[in-house]
Design a protein around this ligand. Structure first.
Ligand SMILES: C[S@@+](CC[C@H](N)C(=O)[O-])C[C@H]1O[C@@H](n2cnc3c(N)ncnc32)[C@H](O)[C@@H]1O
Length: 315
């Protein structure tokens, strides 16, 4: 068992500077508000239908039975169910990622780190770090004078991350990163850090999994310093039907069968409905601004199958 820093949950207030409101900014603000309301209305609908779910399924969405582990879509139960899910998949998570993305996930993660604005000497944070891919890439960038903190609520994932950090050169990650790194077991919805602690932040495939997306974004905004950015990489809930169809095919025909070979079909069947419940890029931009970021842009990544929200605090 590796020594991990365990922190009590603390809930901080969302920080955010307000810009003056010329007409264009007011229009943008109204559009953001509408997008956020549309997402919230969908979420309420989901919650209402989910509470009527059969006990044998994890939930319902728009009248549809949702596959996945028990409780993964049940309001009030989803955090614990998803924590268990990630502890279960931890042993095969890296291998499956590598195989199923044909190594592309490493390219997307490098892009996210670049978008986070991380630079030598920075204090960087990777929320929902899992086995640490993004944290290791941040460590490579911030270098010996920097520091990287990886936070996750799944102990098995953090143990995997620590094993990888401690591994001899030649074992993944290719060389031991020079930066100081620490792993924190904690909740993305109540980050155990003071306001304005970090120069850059990343979150990979985490935002879709938290029980309260606006709160996770507000927490990211709170712990970042003025002018700092967060890059949030995840599957894209694409509005383009071709991309959406391609993604459905990829998940249902390739990912789930591959995961079945490891006895983890239910865990990976959860992916598709979790993506369809995830806010679109435009909705994420609106939510990030509402959470206290001064600007937010969502980029399509990997032909639109993935997306990266880049949100920056006011200086
Ligand atoms: C799909 S994995 C992504 C891991 C890693 N970031 C990557 O890109 O490979 C999602 C991670 O988010 C973590 N997670 C989900 N909800 C969380 C929460 N509320 N607080 C902390 N970690 C959470 C899970 O334990 C899991 O390790």
């Amino acid at each position: 068992m590796h020594k991990l820093a365990h922190h009590q949950s603390v809930l901080g207030s969302a920080a955010g500077a307000r810009a003056p409101w010329p007409a264009a900014a007011q229009r943008a603000q109204r559009r953001q508000w509408r997008d956020t309301q549309a997402w919230a209305a969908r979420t309420e609908l989901q919650s209402a239908t989910t509470s009527a779910a059969q006990p044998s399924t994890s939930g319902r969405f728009d009248g549809e039975e949702l596959p996945g582990p028990q409780g993964a879509f049940q309001p009030g139960q989803e955090a614990a169910a998803r924590q268990q899910l990630f502890n279960r998949i931890a042993p095969v998570y890296d291998e499956l990622n590598e195989r199923l993305s044909l190594g592309q996930h490493r390219v997307w993660k490098r892009m996210a780190v670049r978008w986070s604005g991380a630079a030598p000497g920075h204090a960087a944070l990777d929320v929902c770090c899992g086995s640490g891919d993004l944290a290791f890439e941040l460590a490579r960038v911030v270098g010996a004078t920097g520091h990287v903190t990886g936070l996750d609520f799944a102990a098995e994932m953090l143990e995997d991350a620590e094993s990888r950090r401690a591994a001899a050169p030649g074992v993944r990650p290719a060389s031991r990163p020079p930066a100081r790194m620490s792993w924190v077991q904690g909740d993305a919805l109540a980050l155990p850090f003071p306001d304005a602690s970090f120069d850059a932040a990343t979150m990979g495939y985490g935002l879709r999994n938290v029980a309260d997306i606006p709160r996770a974004l507000a927490e990211l905004a709170r712990v970042l310093k003025p002018g700092a950015s967060a890059a949030v990489l995840d599957f894209n809930n694409s509005e383009d039907p071709v991309v959406d169809g391609l993604q459905a095919f990829f998940l249902e025909r390739l990912v789930v069968p591959a995961a079945s070979a490891y006895g983890l079909a239910a865990e990976y069947e959860y992916l598709r409905p979790s993506i369809k419940r995830f806010p679109t890029g435009r909705e994420q931009e609106a939510m990030a601004r509402a959470a206290g970021f001064a600007s937010a842009v969502h980029y399509n990544v990997g032909f639109g199958l993935m997306g990266c929200l880049v949100a920056t605090k006011a200086r």
